[in-house]
Design a binder for this molecule. Structure first.
Ligand SMILES: CC(C)(COP(=O)(O)OP(=O)(O)OC[C@H]1O[C@@H](n2cnc3c(N)ncnc32)[C@H](O)[C@@H]1OP(=O)(O)O)[C@@H](O)C(=O)NCCC(=O)NCCS
Length: 137
């Protein structure tokens, strides 16, 4: 989609995160009712890339944890529902890869609903495992 600006951000606000994630089905699996916990998630994420309209409106984000030498774990990829299907999700991951450089790969655990998207954009597929947390609040 033209006119969208993709950039790394180091101080994404919980309000912007909630604005995006709250407009996807991920709203039911992220603590968006607890902005201070979202702030903690963002402070612990050293590689966040956003997609914004020219007027600054946030429309998508990729939230990653990067070791700087081998792998960046992408904990969230989300595009606002009204902006989905316009190439923004793919562009966010492409921008993340470009900024990470050739030494660092991107790993993530996909929701079943999103698996087709990752296959479509050409990511390699491996079994994923996840130890669930107890506190979802
Ligand atoms: C999944 C998500 C990030 C994809 O972003 P998007 O901007 O909608 O996807 P894009 O427009 O970049 O799609 C790129 C390609 O994948 C295809 N695609 C997108 N979502 C798809 C899906 N769910 N199933 C199959 N193909 C899909 C698009 O049609 C497009 O194909 P094309 O190049 O032939 O046109 C976005 O839909 C989203 O936020 N969904 C809800 C949250 C989510 O599932 N996040 C991922 C958690 S693991």
């Amino acid at each position: 989609m033209t006119g969208i600006v993709y950039a790394r951000e180091t101080d994404l606000s919980s309000a912007d995160y909630i604005a995006v994630v709250g407009e996807t089905y991920m709203r039911d699996s992220r603590p968006i009712g607890n902005p201070s916990r979202v702030d903690e998630m963002l402070s612990g994420s050293n590689f966040v890339v956003t997609a914004r309209e020219a007027d600054g409106t946030i429309v998508g984000l990729a939230r990653g944890m990067n070791d700087g030498a081998w792998v960046c774990y992408c904990a969230d990829l989300a595009v606002r529902e009204s902006y989905q299907g316009k190439g923004i999700g793919k562009a966010l991951l492409d921008k993340m890869a470009e900024l990470l450089g050739p030494r660092v790969g991107i790993a993530l655990i996909a929701y079943p609903e999103a698996a087709k998207f990752y296959r479509k954009i050409g990511l390699d597929e491996y079994p994923g495992f996840f130890r669930e947390r107890n506190d979802q609040s």
